[in-house]
Design a protein around this ligand. Structure first.
Ligand SMILES: Nc1nc2c([nH]c(=O)n2[C@H]2C[C@H](O)[C@@H](COP(=O)(O)OP(=O)(O)OP(=O)(O)O)O2)c(=O)[nH]1
Length: 126
């Protein structure tokens, strides 16, 4: 479960700090859904924990992507930041706002590549 946050034609990319095999790679903020949570509740919780922002969850972005270990799928939603919140890297090593031209300037986690491919049309619309 992960969140695409778009502001002023740019998307928020987050650099993982762990585990070692994923550290340094870039992703969308998010995490696993806990028992009893909806997708939306999980994303609101993760965006608060990881970025210190309150969000409202909107529509799906891209396909369900199977993760390499085969035990989960990556599912991504567009979210809107509420209350003028500014994301902070509370758990990531870095945050970067990427324009459409910069989308491929960071090494994404492999599962994110099909999601990133959907972003140009969202960025051009905003
Ligand atoms: N959050 C996030 N996870 C991704 C993305 N792409 C991708 O392959 N993943 C994988 C990495 C992890 O195997 C899994 C999410 O794990 P996580 O470590 O972020 O989740 P979490 O915060 O709930 O972790 P934990 O507390 O259960 O340890 O999904 C992405 O864009 N965002």
């Amino acid at each position: 479960m992960a969140a695409v946050i778009i502001d002023d034609g740019r998307v928020l990319a987050c650099q993982r700090s762990s585990p070692p095999e994923a550290a340094g790679k870039w992703e969308f903020p998010g995490g696993k859904v806990e028992p009893g949570e909806t997708d939306q509740q999980a994303l609101v919780r993760e965006c608060a924990e990881e970025l210190g922002i309150t969000v409202e969850v909107a529509g799906r972005v891209g396909p369900d992507v199977s993760l390499a270990h085969g035990r989960a799928v990556l599912r991504v939603y567009a979210v809107e930041v509420l209350d003028g919140g500014v994301p902070e890297a509370l758990e990531h090593s870095a945050l970067r706002w990427l324009t459409v031209d910069q989308l491929n300037s960071v090494p994404w986690l492999p599962a994110d590549v099909p999601i990133v491919a959907e972003l140009p049309k969202l960025l051009f619309r905003s």
